[in-house]
Design a protein around this ligand. Sequence first.
Ligand code: NDP
Length: 301
Amino acid sequence: MSTHFAPSSDGASATVTVLGLGPMGRALAGAFLDAGLRTTVWNRTPGRDAELVARGATGAHSAEEAVAASALTVLCVVNYDAGDAILRRDEVAAALKGRTLVNLSADTPDRARDTADWAARHGVRYLDGAIMTPTPSIGTPDAVFLYSGPADVYEEHRPVLDVLGGSHTHLGEDVGRAAAYDVALLDVFWTSMAGYAHALAVARAEGVTARELTPYAQGIAAILPPLMEEFAGDVDSGTYSGELNPITSAASTMSHIVHASESHGIDASVMRAIEGQARRVVALGHGTDGYLRVTELLGRR
Ligand code: NDP
């Protein structure tokens, strides 16, 4: 449950607008409503606001009408092309002038900086953000929100943002920083999911079901957090100890995955690329280092 928002001294509820009513936008708007905020919503395709309006939200007829209703607008659409399609019209820019826009859509750091430049040119106070947890987490202690941009804007709107539940972290004034975290963390997520999907295909080809493999897959996944903890300092300092598992050994196990996959006609191109990177590290003379030495190789132009 999210916390209830305290009304101001004149008894008025704080106002907030949500633009974009996909699954995440609807979850955000729902959490604002649960907390007692006067919530205005708008979505490109009409009709997505029905349930929220039934719960007390105001459904605006246009994006400019929606942003004019609140001091704070939260934008949550598929990407920044979609955000631009909504924001970069004269009527919307004029309605947003002097107000705050928090962009919780996902995209790249460059797009975040570009949107911040647009906002500055139009007198819009701008924070960029990223949501790192799925929709059911919104309004619960499990939600994770990251922000970047002007600290004073963040502090001013923090009481409203807090009702979304979970943890809220301001990563600094570089407005691209939340998207930098988002892209890096989604990299971890999608490469892990791709590895799991590939593992299930190889296991199935060997007659092992997903249900049979999964408890062991969970065990492998659980090894990763302590390894990340152990090696983060090494990566930052440029030391890559391979004492317990040198990259030559790692490359050998990668080749087993390639061969087993291809013996079943399963595409092993991702693992081939990963093995290739490890073997290049060995060829560069770092065969006694650990696997994460590959981080430096990837950074080379
Ligand atoms: P989607 O990523 O599918 O986004 C749907 C929203 O984008 C709808 O409001 C849709 O409007 C709008 N949209 C798409 N194209 C355009 C366009 N050209 N112009 C205007 N609006 C457009 O669903 P989510 O709500 O789940 O995600 C929203 C954001 O939240 C994304 O950036 C996503 O990465 C992020 N996020 C989502 C999570 C989740 O669990 N769902 C978790 C963490 C982050 P319409 O209805 O008109 O198509």
